[in-house]
Write a protein that binds this ligand. Structure first.
Ligand code: CAO
Length: 422
């Protein structure tokens, strides 16, 4: 049995933020019915394609374990099918532009009338306020949520990060909101609205920077490179690769000189002596100008420079092994190529190979959250409208005549032929 077995999700999501949320729910066992526009579908099916005429990796990696029904929800027949779906699902998840669902005729009031137990969950770019009507994509959220202003080097422009903290991060927040609302429904018997705004989600993930903004009012941030270089304003600055925790850290070069031949090292007080022994600089272990964290604070760049002279003589995996043996935390900079080939990630199901009827085999990131009683089996994403018939008859109990009349109305577009067994 899967943890969310018996929960049916009307998945009205597209692009990345909403699909991240519903994919997680599907992995935990919810029945996720993705509603897509006939003939078009989720726009990402056709975006960033690596192969002609097949669903992109963008789409396939965000829509595993879901069913797809095509439905024109602006068509009167389509609206009636959507009403029936609302009545028979537990959760509706959407990430349309603000107001789109209301314009379709499905306001929160209307949804509650149709199904008072419905949990209606939305991702929006912003919460209520001056920007609530704006459309938002990933990097917009990274910029408006405080991540970009605090990422990058002190002398460079603001930077966005490759980790999709605006989209996938907000999808994760939304998933937690939904299961929490499902838990409350057990006692209250009622559904509720769940909103995760991308600006809020990014700010939540960047909360240590709001911490530093407030610390700044009481003196310089000693762990930032600006402490040695003397360059603070009244705004939390970009800290380069400095550690956000209590200990100094930096990415130093390793042997090879390639783009990812680096390792992230941290200097905890007990580690200093060990580092200096490895670096052949034992004289600095007790030297009062170097021996204490306070003495080193003004010259962290020089400290990491000394360590780098040693790390450049080893590859990043050798450094990892040597430092971990003496209890010094560190992390090699791993490329996507290296991660894709990592056997331990394959073994745990964090990286999974999936077979797809039109694209063949591809890699995806499996469920990063492991439940001992609800293991995840990653299944390929659905083709556009692949389950339209199955949902109309099996879930919504339409008769053959009714299905024919729905089809005639143009509400579901061309019904897809069943896919041959793989
Ligand atoms: N049948 C008929 N119409 C449909 C439909 C269906 N099955 N599915 C969607 N539509 C319609 C919508 O009703 C909407 O119509 P109106 O504009 O007339 O109301 C229209 O398609 C376009 O939807 P949209 O506005 O959501 O799409 P967009 O491409 O204009 O904007 C995005 C995309 C992502 C910027 C916007 O949806 C958004 O801001 N979403 C909230 C924030 C978010 O999730 N951003 C993350 C995106 S990346 O993960």
């Amino acid at each position: 049995m899967k943890a969310l077995e018996g929960v049916r999700v009307l998945d009205f999501t597209h692009v990345q933020s909403g699909p991240t949320c519903t994919q997680l729910m599907a992995w935990f066992g919810a029945e996720v019915i993705k509603v897509e526009r006939p003939g078009v579908g989720d726009i990402t099916r056709g975006q960033l394609r690596d192969l002609p005429d097949v669903d992109s990796l963008y789409f396939t990696m965000l829509n595993a374990n879901k069913k797809s029904i095509t439905l024109d929800t602006k068509n009167e027949g389509g609206k009636r099918v959507l009403e029936r779906l609302v009545k028979s699902c537990d959760v509706l998840v959407e990430n349309f532009a603000p107001g789109a669902l209301d314009r379709m005729g499905f306001s929160w009031e209307r949804i509650q009338e149709l199904n008072p137990r419905m949990i209606y969950a939305s991702v929006k770019g912003f919460g209520p306020g001056p920007y609530e009507d704006c459309k938002v994509y990933e990097n917009v959220a990274q910029c408006t949520g405080g991540s970009a202003s605090t990422t990058g080097f002190e002398d460079g422009p603001p930077l966005v990060t490759g980790a999709q903290i605006g989209d996938s991060g907000t999808g994760l927040h939304l998933a937690l909101g939904i299961v929490t609302a499902l838990f409350q429904r057990e006692k209250s018997g009622r559904g509720q609205r769940v909103l995760a705004a991308m600006q809020d989600g990014v700010l939540n993930l960047a909360r240590v920077k709001l911490r530093d903004q407030q610390r700044l009012a009481h003196g310089p941030l000693k762990e930032y490179p600006q402490y040695a270089n003397g360059g603070f304003t009244d705004e939390c600055p970009r800290a380069g690769n400095a550690s956000g925790g209590g200990q100094p850290g930096w990415a130093v070069k390793t042997k090879g000189g390639g783009a990812n031949d680096y390792i992230y090292v941290i200097i905890q007080p007990p580690g200093w002596a060990e580092y200096m022994k490895l670096c052949g600089r034992a004289e600095l272990i007790d030297d009062p100008d170097w021996a204490t964290p306070e003495a080193r604070l003004h010259k962290l760049d020089k400290c990491f420079g000394i360590i780098e002279e040693w790390t450049k003589t080893k590859d990043k995996f050798e450094v990892m092994e040597i430092l971990n043996k003496i209890n010094i935390p560190c992390g090699p900079i791993l490329s996507m190529k290296e991660l894709a080939a990592e056997p331990s990630l394959r073994a745990t199901g964090t990286i999974v190979e999936v077979d797809h009827p039109t694209r063949g085999k591809y890699l995806t990131v499996g469920n990063p959250i492991k439940l001992s009683d609800s293991p995840t089996d990653v299944e390929r994403s659905p083709l556009l409208g692949e389950h339209t018939l199955e949902i109309l008859s099996g879930v919504l109990d339409y008769s053959e005549e009714e299905i024919e009349s729905i089809r005639q109305s143009g509400a579901v577009g061309k019904i897809a032929e069943p896919v041959a067994a793989e």
